[in-house]
Ligand binder design. Sequence first.
Ligand code: FES
Length: 143
Amino acid sequence: MTQRFRLCSVEDLAHDQPRCYRIELGDDKHLDVFVVRHWDKIYALENRCGHAGAPLHRGTYTDGLIVCALHGAAYRVDSGEIEWTAILPPPMSDYSSSDNPRIRQFGELIEAVETLPVKAFRVEVDGDTVYVTLGQPTPETTE
Ligand code: FES
């Protein structure tokens, strides 16, 4: 089943400036949607990093990619596919070789967290209003 939700107006979206909009789904459930406009294209993803769940709109958008602010995983905004996985900076990258067993265990856990793709949503513009459709397997963008 698919459902279309109003997100915002086109004029609310500054060029290359990601935003987050919350969709209320009922029964106290909601979905946070990452949205970015790049010239005349608008893209929407689930606003939750596929590594450890950080909000993607707080990341850096560049060249069709959103780079997560927390550990640097990058996703294609047109598909939600992974461009590169999370990068653990020092000292986190050294934890798994620590002499301290508790720190080593923590490091091994951190390294075991996978980076997964994020959901991309179909975007439609009707007049000046931006909509996303949930429940469709293949995302499409709009112009
Ligand atoms: S939460 Fe996004 S890269 Fe770790």
